[in-house]
Design a protein. Structure first.
Length: 293
């Protein structure tokens, strides 16, 4: 069975006449008759019976024809629905973008860009998953999301990717903290203080622990939480210091940011699996972020 044959069969069943159905389909009547005979041969049953004495090719359906008509209408309806949805997605009038992002980007970098994207493409749905960079990487690998923002260190050969942003990692301390007077902070000086850090799975946490191990030091993690606002409160009140992306701290939060010495930068990429090509909505989102980085 072909879609073309099902459409012809439904048209003929509705018109109850080969002549009228052929006119509606804009094909010759013999061609329609031949197509219906081929359909009956493929199914091994009689679907249509010509009415005796009628000159316009009038037909009625057999019991088998009635059953096929029900299924054919359903199939054609589903195909039409699929065609309309695909056309809407291709024109970016419908679709969904599933994206995994690190917590700080989700809180401080993306909101204004997401709103601008939504304004430009109101028919597209955005599903945002926020967590650590390792969480974003895992969700991308398991195809739980379509795109993810990950670190350069997490890039894999199977990923397609574009560089999104380069942000400086800074030391965040209270206004009254002794390090607030420094022009910059060495890693050795950083590890001399109690720290509030993200839990495992965040790049900041893993990177700082690696640096401590290389220096033969131990990171004194007094608090660990994934709540960015709580981290800021603990820092502002002088209970601990931390490291964050420079974008995540504003000047009115009672926190001073100092660069590491030597400076440390984090390169973030927007990535997707190459074996699973980006859909129209995903491609539009990636292009939008790159244009508004």
């Amino acid at each position: 069975m072909e879609i073309r044959q099902l459409n012809q069969f439904c048209t003929l069943a509705n018109a109850k006449s080969y002549t009228q159905a052929a006119n509606q389909l804009n094909i010759a009547q013999p061609a329609l008759s031949q197509s219906m005979k081929k359909l009956e041969q493929d199914l091994g049953v009689t679907l249509l019976v010509r009415r005796a004495g009628k000159q316009n090719g009038s037909v009625t359906l057999t019991a088998e024809g009635e059953v096929l008509l029900q299924h054919a209408r359903l199939v054609l309806s589903q195909i039409n629905t699929a065609r309309n949805e695909i056309r809407s997605m291709a024109s970016l009038e419908a679709g969904e973008v599933r994206i995994a992002v690190p917590g700080m980007l989700g809180s401080f970098y993306l909101p204004s860009r997401l709103m601008a994207f939504r304004h430009q493409y109101p028919g597209l749905k955005l599903s945002l998953f926020s967590g650590g960079t390792r969480d974003a990487l895992k969700m991308l690998q398991q195809e739980e999301v379509d795109v993810a923002i990950i670190t350069a260190e997490d890039l894999r050969p199977e990923f397609g990717h574009e560089h999104l942003v380069r942000e400086q990692m800074v030391v965040a301390v209270a206004n009254e903290h002794p390090l607030a007077e420094n022009h910059s902070v060495t890693l050795e000086a950083f590890f001399q203080h109690e720290l509030v850090m993200f839990k495992k799975g965040y790049f900041h946490r893993e990177w700082l622990q690696q640096q401590a191990e290389q220096l033969g030091l131990k990171a004194d993690i007094a608090f660990e939480t994934n709540l960015i606002n709580l981290i800021k409160q603990l820092v502002a009140q002088g209970f601990a210091i931390t490291s964050m992306l420079d974008m995540a701290v504003s000047s009115d939060e009672g926190i001073v940011c100092k660069p590491f010495s030597p400076p440390v930068f984090l390169d973030l990429h927007i990535a997707w699996k190459q074996q699973r090509p980006l859909g129209q909505a995903d491609r539009a989102f990636v292009d939008f972020l790159l244009a508004n980085a």
